[in-house]
Design a binder for this molecule. Structure first.
Ligand SMILES: [Zn+2]
Length: 332
């Protein structure tokens, strides 16, 4: 699995290298070119340095898996494109496409997302909106590619946008959390607010500000259709636990708030942009081999969603809060 980490590093190297190559084409003098080359070398080194700080057990985890999943239709208008580790959801509307997240970097956008969109029979130039769940590089890294090439509108919370641009953001000290000083970030964004509906054509997504995993985190509810029946997807925007007590307390209250909102909407489908965390890899295998009319394995019901929150997420964050509280007491 070490090769997975090396692949991630290689992707960063490739993207930095190729963006440097592109800009070199437009060079008017070699002096500028040399300056850009050394800036690019510095960025590459910094990115590599930071990734090397990722603890071994993390590098070996599924989170860093760059095994590509065959693009898969989940519902009549929703598709998954990406790796086992992280990916995007594509939503087809009457007025173009929405992407939820954008993977690690522009190279992922160009070599995984764009071909995936085409394989599913859509036109990447029709990506009108990209909704970023939070300010970690595995979610926002590819957004600039779509903004630059197709004029896609990038949406996220104000806190996420500020987190991308802050030189002292906590995530910048996290080896893989925020690589925005090495990666090209979107030039502009549209702020989304708590409870807002993001609409395109005949489809809409309700966003909730759920700080915790990342300060600018969003979680989503959206309706889907399957053989004429309507269902509601709940997507908890960030799973891993943060470091500080305050952030974990935020995580817990965000989780409770989102669970209530999802239950009010009678959410009966649980999705994650990290497929390996909820068994989505296997469910997508089933979906791809299903015959028309077969049961969709993703429709697990509202009870299942609540079990995921109550039995998987809540105990972990409660335990972490307890741990951090007793640590704090010891230090006092
Ligand atoms: Zn994250």
């Amino acid at each position: 699995m070490k090769s997975t980490f090396l692949k991630s590093t290689a992707i960063l190297l490739i993207i930095t290298f190729s963006s440097c190559q592109n800009s070199t084409k437009n060079k008017e003098n070699t002096e500028n070119s040399n300056l850009e080359q050394s800036a690019s070398d510095t960025r590459t080194e910094k990115a590599q340095e930071r990734l090397e700080k990722v603890p071994k057990e993390m590098r070996n985890s599924d989170l860093f898996s760059t095994e590509i999943i065959k693009p898969t239709q989940l519902f009549d208008n929703v598709y998954y494109i990406g790796y086992v580790g992280v990916g995007v959801f594509l939503i087809n509307t009457a007025d173009g496409l929405i992407l939820i997240d954008s993977m690690w970097n522009q190279n992922d956008a160009e070599t995984v997302i764009v071909p995936g969109i085409k394989e599913l029979g859509f036109d990447p130039a029709q990506v009108k909106k990209i909704l970023i769940t939070h300010e970690h590089s595995d979610h926002y890294g590819g957004a600039r590619f779509f903004e630059k090439n197709y004029g896609s509108e990038v949406l996220m919370s104000k806190t996420a946008w500020e987190g991308l641009h802050s030189n002292d953001a906590e995530v910048l000290t996290d080896p893989f959390g925020n690589l925005s000083s090495e990666l090209e970030v979107p030039k502009k964004y549209t702020e989304v607010k708590n409870g807002e509906n993001i609409s395109l054509g005949d489809k809409s997504i309700t966003v909730y500000l759920t700080p915790g995993h990342a300060p600018g985190g969003l979680s989503l509810l959206f309706p889907v259709e399957e053989q004429g029946e309507k269902y509601t997807v709940a997507l908890w925007g960030g799973t891993g636990l943060p470091k500080t007590l305050a952030a974990n307390e935020n995580y817990l209250s965000s989780l409770k708030m989102f669970q209530d909102a999802a239950n009010n909407a009678e959410a009966d489908v649980n999705l994650s942009n990290h497929p390996f965390t909820i068994g989505l890899v296997k469910d997508m295998e089933t979906l791809r081999s299903n015959a028309p009319g077969d049961k969709n394995p993703l429709i697990k019901g509202n009870k299942n969603f609540n079990e995921y929150i109550d039995a998987k997420l809540k105990p972990k964050v409660l335990e972490k809060i307890q741990e951090l509280k007793s640590e704090k007491e010891k230090n006092n």
